[in-house]
Design a protein around this ligand. Structure first.
Ligand SMILES: Cc1cc2nc3c(=O)[nH]c(=O)nc-3n(C[C@H](O)[C@H](O)[C@H](O)COP(=O)(O)OP(=O)(O)OC[C@H]3O[C@@H](n4cnc5c(N)ncnc54)[C@H](O)[C@@H]3O)c2cc1C
Length: 451
């Protein structure tokens, strides 16, 4: 049995970018990537149907991470990247059944109807908010409430958290989800003060600074749909990718790992990169270390469904002049929000047609994922109709269900990561990469695989 230098398990963006970086570093390495599915890409997928293109999971990455842009460049995609339309920069939040524009500047915030006068005054008092909270591990909700008051926590922060994590702000950990904010509080006490300082420092070196969580960025995809990035990996590396190969477990024999595959094949490798979701990593490491497996299995995932729908433009009353909207839990609707895909990337729907991408489910609503397709569609349609006005049924629909969609960095996540790192440290030459650990977005996956 020949021995690989490196075996990569999992062919999502984490595994594929690890393959790319290793090939770039040393083209002589004997590497193979094992993917259980018949197609690589993991949660990245695009369907092209009747002039529409529907992304199954992620629909882009923020162009604030130089490493991802560099990766795209190395893949030869720089001239095929598509940035979100400038005219789609307005974002909305639902309040009392009406869409309210999210204000992007202090004067706009003061005149906005997104919060009551009392709520806005409380936000303005942020620099005087009570100092450090639970320095061990505070929830995103408690942090937001302490800094900006309950109304802002309910109507600004909670919907943003469900839009990014499909999660509940009360359950998620500030320091694991937004480590930069936790650092800013430690250094400056107030987020406003921190932003002013950041902006001064950025101006001094001729740069623009972003919001409190980081440097901002524009949603970026590949022409036609995000799967274009996976297709490019496949063009370059198909000889190194073995599809339809689910890894079941692995064990150690001297300084080599024996990887056991579903079809009772055994592969030898000196190094292993596990780039599967953490619950799969927990399964396949059980034989090697019960403790490592137990720690990996502590990371929960939120279920989420992406419902894509296409309509003739004339059937929608709203002008769709923005990015889309988010729904606070207090509004008691079923959808978490809806992205106006064809306003962001014009080519994702045929001429005079529009595409919506609505999310349903999340950690606060596991039941929605049990709905039949027909019930899910009618729920989404009725919620959308109440918000943007729909005159006719969609001409096309596509549902993508992710029963274990988005990892939840709950309070205690950093402790779980310490346990995982400690257990991994007991074995040589095993590495983990993926969005369950140190950042849930595509940029985070690329960064981890590079490291
Ligand atoms: C609905 C949704 C919307 C999202 N939107 C965005 C967004 O807009 N922007 C953004 O930055 N991020 C977004 N994300 C997050 C983003 O999709 C992930 O961060 C990223 O795709 C995770 O990549 P990964 O390679 O770590 O994992 P995955 O994509 O899950 O890939 C893991 C791979 O491992 C394979 N595998 C599983 N078991 C085995 C086994 N036993 N043996 C071999 N292979 C196995 C799987 O088949 C899969 O291909 C979204 C996620 C979801 C679900």
């Amino acid at each position: 049995m020949s021995q690989l230098d490196v075996a990569i398990i999992g062919g999502g963006i984490s595994g594929l970018s690890a393959l790319h970086y290793l090939r770039k570093k040393n083209a002589d390495l004997d590497i193979r990537l094992f993917e259980s599915d018949s197609k690589p890409g993991g949660t990245i997928g695009t369907d092209y149907i009747d002039g529409y293109s529907f992304d199954h999971g992620p629909n882009g990455f923020l162009d604030r991470e130089p490493l991802t842009l560099q990766l795209c460049d190395e893949l030869g995609l720089t001239n095929h990247l598509e940035r979100a339309n400038e005219n789609a920069s307005k974002r909305f939040i639902l309040r009392k059944g009406k869409l309210r524009e999210v204000p992007m500047s202090p004067p706009k915030f003061l005149s906005s109807d997104i919060l009551s006068l009392k709520g806005k005054l409380r936000v303005i008092m942020e620099p005087f908010s009570s100092g450090l909270g639970d320095t061990k591990d505070e929830s995103l909700y408690d942090f937001a409430k302490r800094h900006m008051g309950q109304e802002a926590a309910d109507y600004l922060i909670q919907p943003m958290v469900s839009g990014i994590f499909g999660g509940l702000a009360e359950r998620l950990s500030l320091k694991s989800c937004f480590p930069i904010m936790a650092e800013m509080e430690k250094e400056y006490g107030s987020l406003f003060k921190a932003m002013i300082q950041k902006s001064r420092k950025a101006k001094a070196v001729g740069k623009k600074s972003g919001g409190p969580g980081g440097p901002g960025g524009r949603l970026t995809s590949v022409e036609g749909g995000l799967y274009g990035i996976v297709e490019r990996f496949v063009e370059l590396y198909s000889d190194f990718i073995q599809l339809d190969t689910p890894v079941k477990s692995f064990s150690r024999e001297d300084d080599t790992y024996l990887i056991h595959v579903d079809n009772s094949q055994t592969i030898k490798a000196r190094h292993i990169i596990i780039a599967t979701p953490s619950y799969v990593a927990a399964e396949i490491t059980k034989q090697l270390s019960e403790k490592l497996s137990a720690s990996l299995s502590k990371i929960d995932y939120a279920p989420i469904a992406v419902v894509c729908q296409g309509y003739h433009k004339s059937n929608i009353k709203h002008p769709l002049d923005g990015f889309g909207f988010l729904v606070p839990q207090k509004e008691k609707l079923r959808i978490l929000g809806s992205i106006w895909t064809s306003s962001i990337f014009a080519e994702r729907a045929p001429k005079d047609h529009v595409q919506f991408r609505s999310m349903i489910g999340g950690d606060g609503d596991h039941e929605s994922l049990q709905l039949s397709d027909a019930d899910m569609l009618s729920t989404v349609e009725s919620d959308l109709d109440s918000i943007i006005g729909i005159k006719a049924a969609p001409e096309i629909t596509s549902i993508y269900r992710w029963q274990k969609g988005i990892p939840q960095y709950k309070i205690g996540h950093s402790e779980v990561m310490k346990q995982i790192e400690a257990e991994l440290g007991k074995f040589e030459n095993i590495y983990i990469s993926g969005n369950a650990y140190y950042g849930i977005g595509l940029n985070d996956c690329v960064k981890q695989s590079y490291a």
